[in-house]
Design a protein around this ligand. Sequence first.
Ligand SMILES: Cc1cc2nc3c(=O)[nH]c(=O)nc-3n(C[C@H](O)[C@H](O)[C@H](O)COP(=O)(O)OP(=O)(O)OC[C@H]3O[C@@H](n4cnc5c(N)ncnc54)[C@H](O)[C@@H]3O)c2cc1C
Length: 447
Amino acid sequence: MLDFSEVAKELTPEQAVAEAKRCLQCRTAPCMRGCPVAVKIPAFIRLIADGDFAGARRKIEETNLLGAVCGRVCPQELQCQKGCVRGVRGEPITIGRLERFAAGCGEAALKADSHTMRVAVVGSGPAGLACAGELAKKGVAVVIFEALHTIGGVLKYGIPEFRLPDAVLRRIEDEIVSLGVKIKTNTLVGRTISIEELLRDFDAVFVGTGAGLPNFLGISGEGLNGVYSANEFLARINLMGAGIDEHADTPILAGKSVAVIGGGNVAMDAARCALRLAGTERVRLVYRRTRDEMPARKEEVEHAQSEGVELLELASPVRVLGDIDGRVRGLEIIHTEQGGTDANGRKSFKEIANSEEVIKVDSVIIAIGQSPNPVFSRSVKGLEVNKRGGIVIDESANLGGETSIANVYAGGDAVTGAATVILAMGAGRECAYKIIENYEKRRAAEV
Ligand SMILES: Cc1cc2nc3c(=O)[nH]c(=O)nc-3n(C[C@H](O)[C@H](O)[C@H](O)COP(=O)(O)OP(=O)(O)OC[C@H]3O[C@@H](n4cnc5c(N)ncnc54)[C@H](O)[C@@H]3O)c2cc1C
């Protein structure tokens, strides 16, 4: 029986040293060009090869406070490992696994300088945590305001324990708190407290409110009992303990047969969680293209399949069917076929006429993307957002920057829409630097 304990195993010290010794220590470090937070990859790998594991951890922490997270969930194959010279004729160095190994060694050696500034951080996902951590290292007084009862954002409520154990997040929380950061949970900025109040009490505000608004298909039957957005389904399990903790107040009813619609990491997590629930016998992923086109990490698709998730490729949902009590009893799909390549380099697909089929399912989980959460942005008069609901930042920004409101900065999924942990962290870090720089410029001008 599958459980929620971590699936991907950690390297042993011997394995880590052997892997680190394969690194060619390229002077041009192509691996670093693929890392949005510029982790000093060759340097930390060299330290592992020398057996200085705690030193390797410190090297990672110079630029990345969430190494234990990134080592587990970053799409390394598309980032650091993609540029690895070893990969030209063989296997690239498994940089992510080495990062995860080093990040778990020794103690954090974070030190805070001193500074006169006060910053409010809204949201405690990777963007907020990275921003808060960088600011706190410079001695800035930081308070994180988080809507939920616990920190982490998607790292807590979305990504399941079997990919990212809660203990990793708790350790990061301890480290951030040890830097002097204060955390106020159960505080929904825009409702519990306003931006005006924050700007009165703080010199600047960073907004990392993420993309927690699930997208729906707009097909009939989506309102039936047993249809979940992946966000709701995962949050019930990961945040509220449904299906894991027998004393949890929140129920989860997936039934014997589950269909998950989508092909990204969110869909894989939902499918693998569904498979772990008591009573679930069959989980099918319905995806309109083929496996090769799935946006999920290859490793996640492999894990899902090896655990027993079935892939129903080239199939698109038409409607959800219900019984007389309003509960899901089936999903009508239509088969599709692959066409040519579109402008974005993705294969197009088209429905095959008269190929509809009904599959018997007890629940349907919709994992077709999320949009920025509107609660905060709608509460702020004059805050510019784009047509997808993303907060607009200054054009010169790379990942994160100042919004249309002076002293209010934003980054992560709240700006880009659903993206990745490392991009959100990069944005938080970039904003931390800008917040300090702009504050110091203003102070100098005042003198
Ligand atoms: C199920 C799932 C699996 C994923 N898997 C991967 C993966 O394997 N690899 C990867 O790189 N990326 C993955 N992602 C994407 C990644 O997790 C996100 O891109 C990343 O978490 C975005 O970080 P963020 O800090 O911008 O937002 P979030 O992580 O969404 O955090 C935002 C935080 O802000 C809080 N908040 C929102 N509004 C308010 C408010 N008004 N007041 C106070 N607090 C507020 C929220 O409660 C939340 O805690 C996954 C996403 C999901 C949903």
